[in-house]
Write a protein that binds this ligand. Structure first.
Ligand code: PEP
Ligand code: CO
Length: 449
């Protein structure tokens, strides 16, 4: 049982340090009362689940498993619906099946889901048609609408984030353990998709092979429990420290602190300052952690993250999520991997091929080219091959819906198509077809490494 801690000794040490990217709430009293209420709510995840994920990520760090982490850039309150959640989950399950089967590697599945409501921004304000307003910082902070009223940070939104995360997680748990994720459904996940898309057809072929293997095993008398449910975890960026801290509780089994807002949390590229509040907060919790590493990361910084966040050098505790950009990963990554490996730490290395490859199309849409995404993944694999280290996984922004936000892919989306279904509240996501394309290509790279 994880219980509410009255005060989290050690859990609030971040409060004296500079915290980047926090909202400026006009009403501090209202904020305090929301935090108090959040602290009384039940945890969203159980500490034991976080421990299990840490051991799974230990296998990733040791080269025995592959991490698939994906979901929206920003979840939105009005997208907490059965259809959206199911479509996202289905896409991740299909990608997981492709990677497991085609790359013959155990796949650890983690959603950017049930808590990914807060966004760091490069600019504090946004200007449209001569009007300047505070930037949208995610549904947990303010509204997406471009009006002065919507953009005021409202602490009540933190409670909505909690409830939205709870209902999402509830449905995800129901789907993943209640039969929907049973491997024998491998065809069913594809039903609404197969005819219309080349990647759907390619998937159908793979699903047939999996089906044959399952029938063969069944005929031999094997019906393993592992095929009936899927281990699936929730993750998000630990950005809003008031929220994360209110959900941080002492685990009564171990007396250690866990951030019970999700299984895995990461510190983003804009908040990874070594003397800042986010790294301090992360150092106090037992959850498995991620740190995003952008192109300016030095080897000394990477070593310091290990020192601060993984002092016991425990495989699975720390995963570096590398987001250099396709044009930089081959130059910048080798030194980081070399020095961290030489330090004796066994961290996970995964590639986020999205955030270093964003550009603005002439139409004004923020987009990414599928080929750049693929090229960054290729570069990431090349670096690890050269160094004899393990390319541990991918971290992608995707949706299960047929949106038109990234260009390229087998079922090609052109710049002129972007306006058709551009629905993201923040960064452009791969649609289902592009996600499956990526899974097949990554499986090939993994097999060939
Ligand atoms: C994100 O993951 O949506 C994000 C903002 O990433 P980064 O911190 O790498 O820029
Ligand atoms: Co993003």
């Amino acid at each position: 049982m994880t219980v509410n801690a009255e005060t989290q000794a050690g859990g609030n040490t971040w409060q004296n340090l500079p915290a980047a990217q926090q909202p400026e709430y006009p009403d501090q009293e209202a904020l305090r009362s929301v935090i108090e209420e959040l602290a009384s709510y039940p945890p969203l995840v159980f500490a034991g689940e976080c421990d299990l994920l840490r051991s799974r990520l230990g296998a990733v760090a040791k080269g025995e498993a592959f991490l698939l982490q994906g979901g929206d850039c920003a979840e939105a309150f009005d997208a907490v619906s059965a259809d959206h959640i199911r479509n996202k989950l289905k896409t991740l399950l299909q990608m997981g099946a492709v990677l497991t089967y085609a790359a013959s590697v155990p796949v650890v599945k983690v959603g950017r889901i049930a808590g990914q409501y807060s966004k760091p921004r490069s600019k504090p304000t946004e200007t449209r048609g001569g009007v300047t307003l505070p930037s949208y910082r995610g549904d947990s902070v303010n509204g997406f609408d471009f009006t002065a009223e919507a953009r005021i940070p409202d602490p009540e939104r933190l409670k909505r984030m909690y409830h939205a995360s709870a209902s999402t997680l509830n449905l995800v748990r129901a789907f993943t353990t209640g039969g929907y994720a049973d491997l024998r459904q491998v065809h069913a996940w594809n039903q609404d998709f197969v005819k219309s898309s080349p990647s759907g057809q390619r998937y159908e072929q793979l699903a047939r092979e999996i089906d044959n293997a399952l029938h063969f095993m069944h005929a031999c008398g094997a019906d393993p429990e592992e095929f009936k449910t899927v281990e699936f975890y929730a993750s998000h960026e630990a950005l809003l420290l008031d929220y994360e801290s209110a959900l941080t509780r002492t685990d009564s089994r171990t007396g250690r602190l866990y951030d019970t807002s999700g299984h895995f949390v990461w510190v983003g590229e804009r908040t990874r300052q070594l003397d800042g509040a986010h790294i301090e907060f992360a150092s106090q919790i037992r959850n498995p952690l991620g740190v995003k590493l952008g192109p300016s990361t030095t080897a000394a910084e990477a070593l310091e993250y290990v020192e601060r966040l993984d002092p016991d050098q425990e495989p699975g505790r720390l995963t570096f999520i590398v987001r250099m950009g396709a044009d930089k990963v081959r130059d910048k990554l080798p030194e980081l991997v070399e020095k961290v490996t030489a330090s004796g730490a066994t961290v996970g290395w995964i590639t986020d091929p999205m955030h270093g490859n964003t550009f603005e199309a002439a139409s004004g849409h923020k987009t990414r080219r599928f080929d750049d995404v693929l090229d960054e993944v290729k570069g990431f694999f090349e670096v690890h091959k050269e160094l004899g280290t393990h390319p541990g996984g991918i971290h992608v922004e995707l949706t299960g819906d047929d949106v038109t936000e990234c260009v390229g892919g087998g079922d090609e989306i052109f710049v002129d198509d972007l306006h058709q279904r551009y629905e993201t509240a923040c960064d452009p996501r791969l649609n289902r077809s592009q996600s499956l394309d990526l899974a097949f290509l990554v499986a090939e790279m993994y097999r060939d490494q």
